[in-house]
Design a protein around this ligand. Structure first.
Ligand code: GAR
Length: 198
């Protein structure tokens, strides 16, 4: 049973999917902590309902990324967190956490990386006019959505699909792909991402 911390900034539908997969016995993990940089985000309410401890912070109240990551790292150590799972956490992870959790920080991104990294990946893909959309789960490194890829799932966009419909389909894929990929990682053990091709 892996002890995990989920980091999120928004509505937290992926946080919920992880909690639900654990409840349904599909993911052998325990969410020990939610770390959130937006104290009013809906994910905080979800965590409270699920009985998960919450650590909120505001980056602007700290002198640097190192300063707030040191505080987060202390809390993670106190709770003996083994893996960090980013679920819509809209900040780059810095050296403090990357060093302590080498190859044990995972992210989900709503595009087929390396296409459309960064913010509003779905909007970027729509503006580009792509026909194939998808989701990527990957290891986190110091870059923006650049770590080694663990799993991907595609879907083909029908011509008449609205942005809402595309987003809904992406979320549906994410809510399956993230828990199942985490389960695969936790049961198979972490592979060294430097051995994988980018
Ligand atoms: C998800 O679509 C996730 O892939 C994306 O934020 C959304 C969060 O939704 N993450 C990124 O874009 C990271 N670069 P949620 O709050 O409902 O889980």
């Amino acid at each position: 049973m892996k002890k995990i911390a989920v980091f999120a900034s928004g509505s937290g539908s992926n946080f919920q999917a992880i909690v639900d997969a654990i409840d349904q016995g599909e993911l052998a993990a325990k969410v020990e902590l939610l770390v959130c940089d937006k104290p009013n985000a809906y994910v905080v309410e979800r965590a409270q309902k699920a009985g998960v401890d919450v650590l909120t912070f505001q980056a602007k109240e700290f002198s640097s990324k190192e300063a707030y990551e040191r505080e987060i790292a202390e809390k993670l150590a106190e709770k003996e967190i083994e893996w960090i799972v980013l679920a819509g956490f809209m900040r780059l992870i810095g050296t403090v956490l990357l060093t302590k959790y080498q190859n044990r920080i995972i992210n989900i991104h709503p595009s087929l990386l390396p296409a459309f990294p960064g913010k509003d990946a779905i909007g970027q893909a729509i503006d580009y006019g792509v026909k194939i959309f998808g989701v990527t789960v990957h290891y986190v490194d110091e870059g923006m959505d650049t770590g080694a890829i663990i799993s991907q799932q595609v879907f083909e966009c029908e011509d008449e699909m609205t942005r809402d419909a595309i987003e809904e389909q992406i979320h549906k894929i994410e809510h399956q792909l993230y828990p199942s990929t985490l389960q695969m990682l936790f049961t198979a053990g972490a592979k060294d991402p430097s051995l994988q091709q980018k």
